[in-house]
Design a protein around this ligand. Structure first.
Ligand code: URA
Length: 341
């Protein structure tokens, strides 16, 4: 009896500690005394124990009370083979609030190479919102981003090279008809800072590099003013093909192409993403708010800090806005430096 009580107290302490780690300050659920506990103490079955923990949980779900490694144990014991896991369960595992990159990684590392590939594919698949025209990719059905928003970026085993290969000689949207070449993202694959623009212009289309025209040169100056080199950061666009006449990409064109950018974000895992202009913001953050409203305030992209700011092309038209962009970049530098210390 004494031992059982000590064990219960120990479990209770652990669960309380875990709730504290989750940030739960108060438990609202009425604490009912179960009929069974009014009876003299009897050995409880596993099911009884579980249902009592559920009563104690603020959400009523026992999963919330499990520590990450316990969740894993449970997942392992309920899903017989990785290959048989449904897309949804992989999505839930990766998006589950408390699982961090480090906590997921060892699980992936324990898988066989073919299981790893499967997990990566499924993880990717659950991440991207892709319009109907590209929904089927080599027998893989891509589920929608908005099914259940993930809170942290899924871990992926693919490389930037894999993504390039997948893009191939892309003809997924009408923009391919007008391009000279695809303009891929460039930069440090381990960059702490990423810049995302809209789409290539004439210079980029001709040279096959993002941000090399006048706006690009201004971006390079901004990067250097931040005490960084262009090669140290990662630079990409929502769309990789130049829209005719430099028009804004349509939402459909953007949706097809941003899949690859998001996959790159999963590989690079920067600390901060700077979104340049309205198109980048509206497509990556799925926010309708204009850049004028949201610039300068950190936003969140699956656990990554995102700083929306004006596009350098806009600064060329209105140089007085450079001051605001510099204020935004100072916030980014402060965050990067804080994080590094
Ligand atoms: N503008 C963009 O948004 N991207 C580029 O690569 C160049 C100009």
């Amino acid at each position: 009896m004494k031992n059982e009580l000590a064990k219960l107290i120990e479990e209770l302490k652990e669960n309380l500690l875990y709730l504290e780690e989750l940030g739960v300050e108060e438990i609202q659920a009425p604490f009912e005394i179960a009929e069974s506990s009014k009876e003299p103490y009897k050995q409880k079955t596993k099911n009884q124990e579980t249902s009592e923990i559920a009563k104690f949980s603020p959400t009523g779900s026992t999963d919330k009370l499990l520590r990450p490694f316990e969740k894993q144990k449970k997942a392992d014991s309920t899903s017989p083979k990785t290959s048989e896991r449904s897309k949804t369960s992989i999505f839930e595992e990766t998006s589950l609030s408390s699982l961090t990159k480090k906590e997921i990684a060892p699980r992936i590392d324990n898988e066989t190479p073919s299981q790893k590939a499967e997990i990566t594919k499924e993880t990717q698949a659950s991440l991207f919102e892709v319009p109907k025209m590209t929904q089927k990719k080599e027998g893989l059905t891509i589920s929608l981003f908005d099914e259940a928003p993930a809170q942290s970026l899924p871990v992926t085993n693919e490389t930037l090279e894999d993504i390039r290969k997948d893009i191939g000689d892309c003809r997924r949207c009408p923009l391919h008809q007008h391009r000279t070449q695809i303009v891929h993202s460039v930069g440090n694959p381990r960059a702490k800072l990423m810049f995302v623009g809209e789409a290539p212009g004439a210079d980029e289309d001709a040279q096959g590099q993002p941000f090399v025209g006048r706006a690009g040169q201004l971006l390079t100056k901004i990067i250097e003013a931040m005490q960084l080199k262009r090669e140290e950061v990662f630079i990409g666009n929502i769309n990789r093909c130049r829209p005719p006449g430099n028009r804004t990409p349509t939402p459909e064109e953007a949706a097809v192409c941003k899949e690859f950018l998001i996959r790159e974000i999963c590989v690079v895992r920067p600390k901060v993403i700077v979104l340049l202009g309205n198109t980048a913001c509206q497509n990556l953050l799925d926010k309708k708010a204009s850049i004028t409203k949201i610039r300068g305030e950190f936003q969140d992209f699956y656990g990554i800090k995102v700083m929306p700011t004006f596009h350098p092309a806009y600064l060329l038209r209105d140089p007085s806005k450079k001051r605001e962009v510099w204020e935004d970049m100072k916030k980014v530098m402060k965050y990067l430096n804080e994080d590094a210390s």
